[in-house]
Design a protein around this ligand. Structure first.
Ligand code: URA
Length: 339
């Protein structure tokens, strides 16, 4: 066989292998088989759906104890979900997981951030099973417990912080909410008025929409066997304090505040980070750009995958953006499910 023929055969084989891996990752039968096989390997009883006992975290950061996800049930029509993901009956395309676009080449852009954006899936370091929420032996749950004191200490520091001047206008700092239980982290921009009053991120109108987006992912079982809720994901912002009149974060504020987010991410060891809007994306990717230019790709941030989508506040102003956001959430799920 000539060199050219050999190369072509190798590239066809590689493409086929990737396709099979993708299909395997998405096929529930295979998921069941993989779950059972892993359970056998580890000597842990698998449930009938093949998922190994996954326990999501409890309702607050105060107590990241775990509770078992109920057996997946078939999805019946939800009561007109307010985050209206396009339904298969009205638009079959909307629920088709499109294959991820090629990753963009790795870059290291700053000393304290290592945004890694990869071109080739094969170049990505593999995820380990123990970072997957449905992995065996509750490794994610243990990680959530270990992360808890670190998150608490970051929160205490942020609440006492006076570094950037926003402390003079804030009611209180808004460190973050949730747990490392699922390995999914949503990063927004900065607290608004409601968050400033309550000390919790994404509790105003945009926050209600984010909560419904997470609930829709759960209802549609985008990540089977992993319970998705405000308690099992982590939600944080680039800035921990509200800028007056909700103005955009200033560069020196981002500079002073971003170490809190980075420490949170280091403790959470996310499997996937979802940047909500431009400020989170620009910070973590160390890129300048628009959300529409940055979304639709999968990046790497240290050991985690990272995707970018529109901020829920933008969705409130532009409901037609719900479609691309739902596509992004499906990308998130697909990337979560594949190594
Ligand atoms: N917008 C954000 O970016 N974060 C919040 O917590 C609330 C609104």
């Amino acid at each position: 066989m000539s060199d050219d023929l050999r190369k072509e055969a190798a590239s066809v084989a590689q493409a086929l292998r990737r396709k099979l891996e993708r299909e395997r990752a998405l096929g529930s039968g295979e998921l069941v088989a993989a779950g059972v096989a892993r359970a056998r390997r580890e000597g842990i009883p698998a449930r009938s759906n093949g998922a190994v006992e996954h326990r999501g975290s409890a309702a607050s950061m105060q107590s990241p104890t775990v509770s078992r996800r109920p057996e997946p049930v078939s999805v019946t029509a939800v009561d007109s979900p307010a985050f209206e993901p396009p339904t298969p009956s009205t638009d079959p395309e909307a629920f088709t997981l499109s294959p991820p676009e090629p990753h963009v080449r790795a870059r290291k852009r700053s000393s304290h951030l290592t945004a890694v954006v990869e071109e080739e899936r094969d170049e990505l370091p593999p995820f380990t099973d123990d970072l997957h929420a449905s992995a065996l032996a509750g490794a994610r749950d243990r990680l959530a417990v270990e992360a808890f004191p670190v998150l608490e200490s970051v929160a205490a520091e942020a609440r006492a912080c006076t570094k950037c001047g926003l402390c003079t206008t804030r009611t209180q700092a808004v460190p973050g909410v949730g747990s490392a239980a699922s390995g999914i982290v949503f990063v927004g921009e900065a607290p608004g008025a409601d968050e400033d009053l309550r000390g919790e991120p994404f509790v105003g109108r945009a926050g209600e929409l984010l909560t419904r987006m997470i609930a829709a992912m759960d209802e549609k079982q985008l990540i089977p066997s992993v319970k998705l809720s405000r308690e099992t994901v982590y939600i944080a912002n680039v800035l921990k304090c509200r800028p007056p009149e909700n103005r955009n974060p200033l560069p020196h504020e981002i500079e002073s505040c971003s170490p809190y987010l980075l420490r949170q991410l280091e403790a959470l060891k996310p499997r996937i980070i979802c940047c909500l809007g431009k400020f989170a994306a620009e910070l973590l990717l160390q890129l300048k750009g628009t959300v529409s230019g940055m979304r639709g790709k999968t990046y790497r941030w240290r050991g985690a995958k990272l995707i970018v989508t529109y901020h829920p506040a933008y969705l409130l102003r532009s409901p037609s953006a719900k479609r691309p956001v739902w596509d992004d959430l499906q990308r998130l799920a697909q990337e979560y499910l594949t190594d």
